[in-house]
Design a protein around this ligand. Structure first.
Ligand SMILES: [Zn+2]
Length: 138
């Protein structure tokens, strides 16, 4: 599978250039250059052999060694071998979720009676932000 530069860039940026399995920082310009510092490949989170697609939401940047050693096993188990459970999605994306979650939380608490409203809005905003931040589509 060949990817054009724009697609590679989008895949790379999804995880802020981190390997989605071991979180090592990768080097965009060393795409496919095995042996180079930060060399990486596009990894199918769900292997094609298991019905995974070439859609962007199934594609992640991974070190060449992670990608090759993962082979046919699941991303979850490859990640667990490195002590991680989640995709290291870009902070941009998480922060956007946090803002959205916070806004929803604040709005929800506007329906609380006035004496408690301010405190409730703050609590709601924080809870919403935390929930929003932890939301990671995978
Ligand atoms: Zn890795």
């Amino acid at each position: 599978m060949k990817f054009d530069n724009e697609t590679l860039d989008r895949i790379f940026c999804r995880t802020d250039g981190q390997c989605h399995i071991c979180r090592k920082q990768l080097s965009f310009s060393n795409y496919g250059k095995a042996g180079s510092r930060g060399a990486w490949e596009v990894e199918h989170s769900r292997p094609r052999s298991r019905g995974g697609t070439d859609h962007l939401n199934n594609l992640y940047a991974a070190c060449i060694s992670c990608n090759r050693s993962k082979g046919n096993s699941s991303t979850a188990s490859a990640r667990a071998a490195n002590g991680y459970r989640r995709t290291p999605l870009s902070m941009d994306k998480k922060n956007r979720n946090a803002w959205a979650g916070g806004a929803v939380g604040v709005l929800a608490f506007l329906f609380v009676p006035p004496p408690l409203r301010l405190a409730a809005a703050v609590v709601g905003g924080v809870v919403g932000a935390v929930v929003g931040k932890s939301y990671e589509p995978d």
